[in-house]
Design a protein around this ligand. Structure first.
Ligand SMILES: [Ca+2]
Ligand SMILES: [Ca+2]
Length: 287
């Protein structure tokens, strides 16, 4: 009799928490310690797996590539995303003063899991004029080629770009904020970036994870059309008259609240619920 009752309790508690487990996969964070496996990643354009890296573009003329985590992530309540990148093999066509280009970008978008923007100054996320660009996106660009026609502040800066639902643009008119006080990205070192977003503000860290290089006002719910608070996360890059290998070495993403904590808390509540039902029915077990 008792065991039937207990089985019923467990069954009904399973039904109670089933919606929670159904929702949980939607907040699946990702953790790639490297890219020796690219399971769960969609690449487009010239992006390839290169050893244990994501190579968004090779160091060659006129390339562009993108790589997206296959499933949307919940971004609207906040997140932390950390990744490392390296730019090597920088060079340019004769007659150009740049030492490499054009750069890479971290992008949040709810347009397509195969989205890809323009070559050259577009850095794979934006477009100039009627060129291809990713709508409904926010891009954090690591720009290594000065485009005077776009009002780039120099040939080595970080800038956050969006045009809301419209196709994104690398023009500085569409920058939420930028800084030139960053390391020389084409010097060959590995750089660590962390983005910390809470509704209303995003902090951007480069190498020094204690002090942001700059902070921008940003509300993803207001800026983009999300799908139940979700969007695709990924990277883009491009080359044209300047080039470099644009490599992502690793990447991790934690939504807020962090899903691991969320799941552990859910399981703890479920276990407590079952035990309390058991002891209520069988007080002798408590003596
Ligand atoms: Ca540029
Ligand atoms: Ca720029």
């Amino acid at each position: 009799m008792c065991s039937v009752y207990l089985r019923c309790q467990v069954f009904y508690s399973f039904l109670v928490f089933l919606p929670v487990w159904y929702v949980a996969p939607a907040v699946a964070d990702f953790h790639y310690s490297d890219f020796s496996s690219v399971d769960g990643i969609r690449m487009r354009g010239d992006a390839i797996q290169s050893g244990n890296r994501l190579r968004l573009t090779p160091a060659a003329y006129h390339q562009h590539g993108s790589a997206w985590i296959r499933y949307r992530e919940i971004v609207d309540d906040g997140f932390r995303c950390r990744f490392q990148f390296q730019m090597t093999g920088g060079g340019s066509q004769p007659g150009f003063s740049g030492v490499g280009g054009d750069g890479l970008a971290f992008v949040i978008q709810n347009s397509s899991v195969t989205a890809l923007g323009d070559y050259g100054s577009g850095i794979g996320y934006g477009g100039v004029g009627d060129r291809e660009a990713i709508p409904n996106s926010v891009a954090v660009e690591f720009d290594t080629w000065k485009n005077s026609d776009l009002n780039d502040p120099n040939g080595n800066h970080v800038s956050v770009h969006t045009r809301g639902l419209s196709p994104n643009s690398p023009h500085e008119d569409y920058s939420l904020g930028s800084t030139t006080f960053v390391p020389d990205f084409l010097a060959g070192a590995i750089h660590t970036v962390e983005l910390r977003y809470l509704p209303g503000v995003m902090d951007i860290f480069v190498d020094d994870l204690a002090t942001p290089v700059f902070v921008v006002p940003l509300d993803l719910n207001q800026t983009l059309a999300l799908s139940q608070g979700q969007a695709w996360i990924g990277f883009t890059a491009s080359t044209w008259n300047g080039w470099a290998n644009h490599d992502i070495l690793n990447a991790s993403f934690n939504a807020i609240p962090e899903s691991d904590t969320f799941l552990m808390l859910t399981m703890f509540v479920w276990v407590v619920f079952c035990l309390s039902a058991l002891f209520r029915r069988s007080p002798k077990l408590c003596t």
